[in-house]
Design a protein around this ligand. Structure first.
Ligand SMILES: [Zn+2]
Length: 185
């Protein structure tokens, strides 16, 4: 589990609960410290018959712009994301972290060519989006749906209950399990 910490929003210093009890101000810049927000965990889904995610990731592993259609108010910078591809070989293909949240911005031109339909590109102008930076890509050994279905923790993932959508919440237990299972591969 993530531990409770405080942070200085001015200089970025991180302070433990013990240090915070001694002083509620940053030692370096004397700013009042805030409780550091805990990261949340998400599953972002792409459909390979709409977006050629696999082609893109083979060409570049630069941060990727994702539509935030659901949970916009909850998704924050620093949150962690498992990337789920739907279709015949459904599963987790990458893990990453949200580095930027932005308002209604056009899709960045580098990604446009991977969309098969212009109407999907246009959605970026109507909805918020987020950039995800990947720290693990498991194209050769993804965590496939059949393995998730056999797992007591992953069996209950939202994406199985109601597979429509882009952004699904994961519990911390689900995230930890996904991280462990993609690590062993
Ligand atoms: Zn400071």
């Amino acid at each position: 589990m993530a531990k409770t910490e405080y942070e200085c929003r001015k200089c970025g210093k991180i302070v433990s609960v013990e240090q915070y009890k001694n002083s509620h101000f940053c030692k370096d810049c004397e700013t009042l410290l805030n409780l550091k927000p805990q990261p949340r965990y998400w599953l972002f889904q792409f459909n390979p018959s709409i977006y050629k995610w696999f082609d893109r990731i083979k060409e570049t592993q630069e941060p990727e712009q994702w539509l935030v259609s659901q949970h916009f108010r909850l998704i924050r910078e620093g949150d962690l994301v498992a990337v789920w591809g739907s279709g015949q070989k459904a599963g987790v293909y990458a893990l990453g972290q949200i580095i930027t949240i932005q308002g209604k911005k056009p899709l960045n031109p580098n990604q446009e060519k991977y969309y098969l339909s212009k109407s999907d590109v246009g959605k970026f102008q109507e909805k918020h989006s987020a950039y995800v930076k990947y720290f693990r890509i498991c194209l050769d050994k993804p965590l496939l749906q059949e393995e998730c279905n056999r797992d007591n923790i992953l069996l209950d993932m939202q994406v199985f209950m109601n597979p429509q959508g882009t952004n699904f919440r994961l519990t911390i237990e689900q995230w930890d399990r996904i991280r462990d299972l993609t690590d062993k591969n």
